[in-house]
Unconditional design. Structure first.
Length: 366
């Protein structure tokens, strides 16, 4: 049962193999087993690759199964269409495009499995890239908000400088009227005289202006700080909203690019392994000597081609004979006097009818 299944996988003619030796059947069962397990590996590889795309196990299994069937059919076709010839160059010529197709299939199958085998290393590369993308994203978004925030901070600094300058002037006036009262400066008279009162009033006026300025600028600073807080909130929101995009940078193409940044030698050996598996049936058929199955298959093809050639030759001969007979028949008819007189009579009647019809048309036009 298993042997029949693998023979089916090889694409060989089961009726011809049924009359061949057991060794010949085992050879094609081995070729079919290679084709079958290559399709199984293609199913696993494509299933994993599609899982990285769809992130759904059922969808991945379904489309992976379709891909496995496609690879199975291609491999079965490649193996079944290679025919043993008596000329080595002819065999190599017919096998060359099939080998190229096998190489392409090997690349397609091996790449997803490489992604799975080197998954940890690829995750490390992706993590480094995500961290770099996160920093770059934060810097890029900061360019949209930082100039405005810095401008608002400068406004706050200017408002605070105004208050500090006014406060310094008020403090200086305070020192002036205090020293005047102590008699250590100004008029040098101890006590609160007219000059002291004048300086005290000036200080009190500056103090009132300072308190008013503090209140006004304080309100302005609060408004500006609220704007800064809103901008910082918007910046944090933008960073948080864009972070899932960076975190989702884990698709098939991203993993393939990450794989390309790893050392190439291990991946190359995995590719060679699948290339050997994929081309094994073709190489086996090319290297194997012409066996019993090949002779029987060639005999069957020869029978069909001979029958077709015979039918074509018979049709050509029949057509040639029919042409010769028709030629002789019409040549004999050509010499018949009675037939000549009959055709002459019919032609004269036709000409008379045409002349009468033309005359009637001309008369109607008058």
């Amino acid at each position: 049962m298993l042997q029949r299944f693998f023979i089916f996988c090889s694409g060989a003619d089961t009726q011809i193999l049924a009359d061949c030796s057991n060794g010949e059947r085992n050879k094609y069962a081995g070729i079919g087993a290679t084709v079958f397990f290559t399709a199984v590996m293609a199913f696993i590889a494509s299933g994993y690759a599609l899982y990285t795309v769809f992130d759904n196990i059922y969808t991945s299994i379904f489309f992976g199964f379709i891909w496995g069937l496609l690879i199975f059919n291609l491999d079965r076709y490649i193996v079944s269409t290679i025919k043993k010839r008596d000329n080595v160059k002819s065999e190599l010529l017919q096998a060359t495009p099939r080998i190229l197709l096998a190489i392409i299939i090997a690349v397609v199958i091996s790449k997803p499995l490489e992604l799975k085998i080197f998954e940890k290393e690829i995750n490390q590369v992706l993590l480094e890239e995500k961290n770099g993308m996160t920093l770059a994203n934060q810097e890029q978004l900061a360019l949209q908000y930082t100039p405005t925030i810095e401008s608002l901070n400068q406004e706050i600094a200017q408002l605070k400088n105004e208050v500090n300058a006014k406060e310094a002037e008020t403090n200086a006036l305070y020192d002036v009227y205090i020293t005047e009262a102590e008699g250590t400066a100004g008029t040098g008279l101890l006590g609160k005289g007219p000059v002291y009162k004048e300086k005290r009033e000036k200080h009190d006026a500056y103090l009132a202006e300072l308190n008013s300025l503090k209140e006004t600028n304080g309100a302005k600073i609060e408004q500006i700080e609220a704007k800064i807080g809103a901008l910082e909130t918007d910046y944090a929101t933008a960073v948080n909203n864009s972070q899932p995009v960076i975190d989702g940078f884990d698709g098939l193409m991203a993993r393939i690019n990450a794989l390309g940044k790893l050392p190439w030698l291990p991946s190359f050996f995995i590719f060679l392994l699948f290339l050997a598996i994929e081309t094994a049936p073709i190489i086996a058929k090319l290297l194997a000597p012409k066996g019993e199955y090949d002779y029987r298959f060639e005999e069957q093809e020869t029978v069909v081609s001979t029958w077709v050639a015979q039918k074509v030759s018979q049709r050509k001969l029949l057509m040639s004979t029919d042409v010769d007979i028709n030629h002789e028949v019409y040549s004999a008819i050509k010499t018949e006097e009675e037939l000549f007189r009959y055709k002459k009579k019919m032609a004269e009647e036709l000409l008379k009818k045409q002349a009468d019809a033309f005359h009637k048309v001309q008369m109607k036009g008058l």
